[in-house]
Design a binder for this molecule. Sequence first.
Ligand SMILES: O=C(O)CCC(=O)C(=O)O
Ligand SMILES: [Fe+2]
Length: 373
Amino acid sequence: MSPGMSFAVDTNREDEVQLESRYQKGVRHLCDSGITKVPRKYILPISDRPNSFKGDQNAENLSINLPIIDFSQLQGPNRYQVLNSLAKACEEYGFFQLVNHGIANDAIVKMIDVGRRFFELPFDERAKFMTADMYSPVRYGTSFNQNKDGVFCWRDFLKLSCNPVSEVLSFWPSSPVDLRLAAVNYSKETKGLYLMLMEAILESLGLVGATKEESDSLKEFEDGSQLMVVNCYPSCPEPDLTLGMPPHSDYGLLTLLLQDEVRGLQIQHEEKWVTVEPIPNSFVVNVGDHLEIFSNGRYKSVLHRVLVNSSNSRISVASLHSLPVETIVKPSPKLINEANPRLYKDTDFATFLKYISSCEPKSKNFLQSRRLT
Ligand SMILES: O=C(O)CCC(=O)C(=O)O
Ligand SMILES: [Fe+2]
């Protein structure tokens, strides 16, 4: 090899290292530098792009009105009917929209607003929270699994572990100054709502009764883990080439998702990608892998993904709830019998982390890996 050629190769490698370290800083940082095209690192293979035709579908054109669950009705004389609708939604869609949920609008507006302002902070301020430690009480990062993803997605995130709040609070960002207050308040409100929803879900599965064993298991839900994820999807110059989040399912029992007014969330329904229409003052609630396992496959943890667009940036806040991290998740023994054999292996958080750290999670792989058949 001539000296000239070796120089060219080294320069390219240096460029690539520089670019890679730039991408690791996040999409917001990239956009602030004034790009007009999506860099190669974010360009998906044609078959994975948002508008790739699968069958006769053009993903952009389909939207869906998810089943609506009126939370206030759950507390009244119509509880039984609402429980039936809840069961149907979890079986057929894995998703529903929760209205009249009782959380004050102020708590919601403040959470979205403070989340948005966090991503407007100078990069160095956000960078303090970059870490590869999955157990850290706070993590700022980008893409889906930034240490593994070959193609990056168009999303930055702030993850806040919420329990116990007294132990994690001092690790959370102190800027914007009102972040801790808004996030603690919001996490408490969503935890309360989750517990009431979980009780309804147990009842809809026929699992709530008067035995001591059953009250103990409710206590386990109260002590469970909560992770809040603020997702930031900056507007994107070429939204057809990339995704804000790739197809994935959520690992926990239930996720309560707050999205702003910008569309972007798509779920897989009847083998098509359909866009969830945002409803003001509602939560999108979805069944996670742990609930599919716990219900022995009756309730479905459904794949979803996020589209980006060229005119608006989008913020969402996901609150993911599960059992305590050290607890083994398994199908409820009461839902297994000769007609309904056990379908999933035991699992726990450590198994999940090992799984996602060792392979690129692009689809419902983790859950599939827990299937017995
Ligand atoms: O931003 C969204 O609409 C979805 C976010 C999501 O799926 C997640 O955080 O797991
Ligand atoms: Fe998700």
